[in-house]
Design a protein around this ligand. Sequence first.
Ligand SMILES: [Zn+2]
Length: 132
Amino acid sequence: MRGGIVRHCNSVFKAEDIWYLLDKDNLTNRRLYIANCPVCGKKIAMYSYCNAVTNDFFEQYFYSGGAVRIKEKLKKDIVSTMLRFKTKQKMPSGFKFGLNKEIKKNGKIVAIEQYACDFWGNSILVKKIKNE
Ligand SMILES: [Zn+2]
């Protein structure tokens, strides 16, 4: 899971907002990461997507005016944004996948925790199975 990391001026920092975009033209997992570089103060937009045909992952950076233009262009494809999601919902929604976490004690699995996760990085414990 990618955590919204943006790079500029030899530093790595968190995106201030992430736009989750509709799949389009064989492109999936489309996201726009929005940030301001803490070093030079530039507006940055990083557009990432996966080509569903070749399975290649792309990251494209836009700066200043370019960042404003790509935001304008992709605005209509927004499904949700991180900031909107944070203010409106506390629980994972539209469960995307289940995750099992093994709890080990002295190398032996003593329990399995089942989590429901969504693509915003939220997860919630659904069930705990004890392995006696
Ligand atoms: Zn910078």
